[in-house]
Design a protein around this ligand. Structure first.
Ligand code: SF4
Length: 498
């Protein structure tokens, strides 16, 4: 194969897909492909699809249709479709879009380069779907999108059977990765400069079920706490049914595990939770929230909520609002229920009219936004250390700000100056200490200038990746009393990249 063939991976859906796409890119680069320029048509276009989102199939076939003229003009171009929708639709994809070259499933992403090659040699479409996992995706090569933050899969699949969810039928039963393998990957990432890892699984609290250790997840968090240079550990998603106190203790007692919890509620009504086949009730959910707050008063707790599940009454919905009022989430991802073919809920009676769902949804969003704003306003005046991010603030250039995440994962937009007003520009991956000056519902603002910058190996890794020279670590800005020795302290503006 020519060295110059280019590729593009288009990703839809959840973090698991984003992570799988990093593996797909890594596999293709290992096989000699190069990433295509943003505005170029790639020689190989890979769709990593999602079956959870509404109209996912229409969108996929629409996108495949858009690519057809390019494919007709260049028969050497190849199109591959993977991910959950491919696992679901299988051969149907090449029947509906015969110009597709490769279809692969969620269990065999490692086969992509071979399938592309086979399709080229045999000049016919290759459809290969496995029923169970071939290779744990984390053992495949990877091309990570970020120099300073990384996903680490600890498990794939799910043993639950939530009636609205297609994941169990497409991703299969839960498979747990061995703790030693997970920790080896985390250590290797830290050696490359990564400052933050997010442990990823459909239900992280069930981690260990496959190898018979119900405390495996809390042990894993504590073991991450032992890794030198690992600044921040997060995880997603937990499940209220399996959430145990040892996890709360491990979170509270492990300094690099961040004070943040994203725990899906889905509904506050016990009746609806039962119909969703989510085997916890409102009281248990609120009990976990209370314990987390007792152990970590600074913790930000966020959630996912589905409005308008089949059969949801006004009283059921009021129960959800009640949990929202009591839990005081920092943020909620709110969804209007809509049918997903292949799920039990799609066949249930009591599907609600769109207007009813819309009206409830708007009430929920209004309530949550007011709570988020109140909670965020409480942080005004507080000093936080922000991990500087790349691409998190759309209007940053316009406002001369940078953006990043506070320890509790709140998004902070901050002025790109020192406290003296001189320009300052920490690199993505560096840590900037700022004081919150304003709290909006969905973000915080810190406009009084950066009080200190901590140059990190993660910032160096970002600089190397972007063709810039690493800088001496420990340089401070604006606050000579914190952290590094005075000899490395320079005044605002003196150590910035700009
Ligand atoms: S816990 Fe429920 S919603 Fe989450 S992946 Fe498993 S079945 Fe789906």
């Amino acid at each position: 194969m020519s060295q110059s063939r280019t590729y593009q991976v288009r990703t839809y859906g959840c973090q698991m897909n984003v992570h799988d796409s990093e593996r797909l890119s890594g596999l293709l680069e290992d096989a000699g492909y190069e990433r295509a320029a943003e505005d170029a048509t790639a020689d190989v276009v890979v769709f990593n699809t999602c079956a959870v989102r509404e109209n996912a199939d229409n969108r996929l076939y629409g996108n495949l249709g858009h690519l057809r003229p390019a494919k007709d003009a260049n028969p050497e171009m190849q199109i591959a479709v993977g991910g959950c929708l491919a696992q679901k639709d299988r051969g149907e994809i090449v029947r509906r879009a015969p110009w597709v070259d490769v279809v692969f499933g969620t269990h065999n992403i490692g086969s992509l380069p071979t399938l592309l090659e086979r399709a080229r040699v045999q000049r016919e479409a290759q459809v290969e779907i496995e029923e169970s996992l071939e290779t744990f995706p984390s053992t495949l090569p990877t091309r990570r999108e970020s120099a300073y933050a990384a996903w680490v899969a600890i498990s794939v699949g799910c043993n639950n059977t939530c009636t609205f969810c297609i994941v169990p039928s497409l991703r299969g039963k839960e498979r747990d990765r061995r703790p030693g393998d997970v920790l080896a990957e985390v250590r290797a990432l830290v050696d490359e400069g990564v400052a933050e890892v997010t442990l990823l699984g459909q239900n992280v609290n069930a981690y260990g079920v496959e190898f018979g250790d119900r405390r495996a997840f809390s042990k894993l968090l504590r073991a991450c706490g032992e890794i030198d240079g690992l600044e921040r550990v997060r995880f997603t998603s937990p499940h209220p049914r399996d959430f145990t106190d040892d996890v709360i203790e491990a979170m509270a007692e492990t300094p690099n595990v961040m004070p943040q919890l994203h725990m899906p509620l889905q509904s506050g009504s016990s009746r609806v939770l039962k119909a969703m086949r989510r085997s916890y009730r409102k009281e248990r959910f609120l009990g976990i929230v209370r314990k987390v707050r007792e152990a970590m008063p600074e913790a930000a707790i966020s959630t996912d909520i589905i409005v308008g599940f089949p059969g949801e009454t006004e009283e059921d919905f009021e129960e959800t609002l009640d949990v929202v009022r009591q839990a005081r989430f920092s943020m909620a991802f709110t969804f209007q229920y809509s049918k997903r073919s292949g799920t039990p809920a799609a066949e249930m009676e009591g599907q609600l009219p769109k207007e009813v769902v819309q009206e409830r949804y708007e009430r929920l969003v209004k309530l949550q936004d007011s709570i988020s704003a109140e909670e965020n306003r409480k942080l005004v005046g507080r000093e936080v250390e922000v991990l500087v991010a790349e691409g998190e603030g759309r209007k940053d250039g316009e406002h001369r700000r940078l953006s990043g995440r506070a320890p509790d994962n709140r998004l902070v937009h901050f002025a790109a100056t020192g406290t003296d007003g001189e320009p300052a520009e920490p690199r993505p991956g560096d840590m900037a200490t700022v004081t919150i000056t304003y709290g909006a519902p969905h973000h915080l603002v810190a406009d009084s200038g950066i009080r200190a910058i901590r140059r990190t190996p993660a910032g160096d890794a970002w600089a190397v990746r972007n063709g810039r020279a690493p800088e001496p670590s420990g340089v401070l800005l604006g606050m000579p009393t914190v952290g590094a020795p005075a000899a490395t302290t320079v005044s605002a503006g003196g150590c910035c990249d700009s």
